[in-house]
Design a protein around this ligand. Structure first.
Ligand SMILES: Cc1ncc(COP(=O)(O)O)c(C=O)c1O
Length: 393
């Protein structure tokens, strides 16, 4: 079976981890988490990184920390229709008004015309984007829109670890960016996630909110200012909760893996990029996701196909795992419909009904990609003619 994803953790890494586990007695968040955060931030080109237990937790941490920062002019957010449930649900859970934006027909990120329309109507305080399957959004234009409407830009970069847009890695372009290290993502800490930011205040809020809202992990200047403001003595400080927090921590065990995984990320990204190029050449009739990027650290290969169910069954029969193109349109999922009613979005609906993604991972060889393409072409019916209007239903 050719799987959508393969574990990136090697046997040698597991043996090293086992040795480390028996020799160490502090396995919860400790020095290795800090070291992993520092090295990740450096690799990413961000000032700060906060290690958490999943990409979903990373999104929740960004949302709650911004809410607690007191910087938001309202509780309105614009999120992408083509995204992931936990890109959107933290905002719903925290009581934000969420508006869904349609996707761009080429990169599947935010459609900038629809975004501007929504901004005029909603005047949001936050815009969150998702770099779908590794392709960056139109970040220059989106940043301009954010500046014009006074909105903060967040990047859910869980599928784009290592992709570069105009000299900057995805996740480090907006105020904060999130990553997932779940099995099957570019690198894995079994479960895990990270938030990066250059904003010192937001960073310290995240350190607090990640751990119950206490001040133990924050930098001295914040610690001193919070204890002074509330007149908290040394003993009381140990169990004083300054913000409405969660426990989103990971462990040194996961950080141990993260540190060795970081050494492999560049090599993995190159293999994923090579595979994308083979797919793009072989399957150009089935729409081709493209973006303005300097380097594509590709996640999985998206196609649009008329007879999706038939293709799905044919691929499984031939030993190739395939899935829908992430969520399609989040506005057509039961959790959204129950709360707000179905929300159709022109392009996102096409992805919802015809989108499929094919495997890509660091262990996938060129011959395997070609085999997948051959099997796919045996039954796949072109959704629409290729060319400029290819996305129109
Ligand atoms: C865009 C996006 N955001 C968030 C997540 C959630 O990450 P995790 O599974 O680590 O919670 C995913 C997972 O695939 C994702 O694709």
């Amino acid at each position: 079976m050719i799987h959508l994803a393969e574990d990136t953790i090697s046997q040698a890494e597991l043996i090293n981890l086992s040795q480390w586990v028996v020799e160490n007695n502090r396995l919860t968040k400790g020095p290795l988490c800090k070291q992993f955060e520092n090295e990740f931030a450096k690799w990413q080109g961000s000032k700060y990184a906060v290690f958490v237990n999943s990409g979903s937790s990373a999104n929740l941490l960004m949302a709650q920390s911004l809410l607690e920062s007191g910087r938001l002019k309202n509780k309105k957010v614009i999120a992408p229709g083509v995204s992931w449930c936990t890109t959107v649900t933290p905002f719903i859970q925290l009581g934000f008004d969420v508006s869904l934006c349609d996707c761009d027909a080429n990169d599947l990120g935010l459609d900038v015309e629809h975004l501007e329309e929504l901004c005029k109507r909603e005047n949001p305080s936050i815009i969150i984007c998702v770099h779908v399957l590794g392709h960056p959004n139109k970040m220059d234009k989106i940043k301009q829109i954010c500046d014009k409407y006074g909105a903060v830009l967040l990047e859910d970069s869980c599928e784009a670890l290592g992709s570069v847009y105009k000299g900057k890695k995805c996740g480090s372009i907006g105020l904060a960016g999130s990553f997932s290290f779940y099995y099957g993502h570019h690198i894995s800490t079994i479960e895990g996630g990270m938030v990066v930011t250059d904003d010192n205040e937001l960073y310290n809020l995240m350190l607090s909110i990640r751990s119950h809202g206490w001040a133990r992990d924050v930098e001295d200047k914040y610690h001193d200012s919070w204890t002074n403001e509330y007149n908290i003595d040394e003993i009381r400080d140990l169990y004083t909760f300054y913000y409405s927090g969660f426990n989103l921590r990971s462990t040194d065990l996961n950080a141990f893996l993260g540190l060795s995984q970081l050494n492999k990320i560049d090599e993995y990204a190159k293999i994923r990029n090579r595979n994308y190029n083979i797919y793009a050449k072989e399957l150009c009739d089935f729409w081709c996701q493209t973006s303005e990027c300097d380097f594509l650290s590709h996640f999985a290969y998206g196609v649009l196909v008329q007879n999706r169910l038939e293709v799905y069954k044919h691929m499984i029969k031939n030993g190739v795992e395939v899935r829908p193109l992430i969520c399609g349109n989040i506005g057509l999922h039961p959790f959204w419909i129950k709360k707000y009613g179905a929300q159709n979005l022109k392009n996102a609906d096409v992805v919802h009904n015809f989108g499929l993604y094919l495997p890509n991972h660091a262990k996938l060889g060129e011959d395997e990609v070609k085999y997948i393409c051959d099997k796919f072409k045996e039954v796949a019916l072109v959704k629409m003619p290729s060319g400029k209007d290819s996305f129109v239903v």
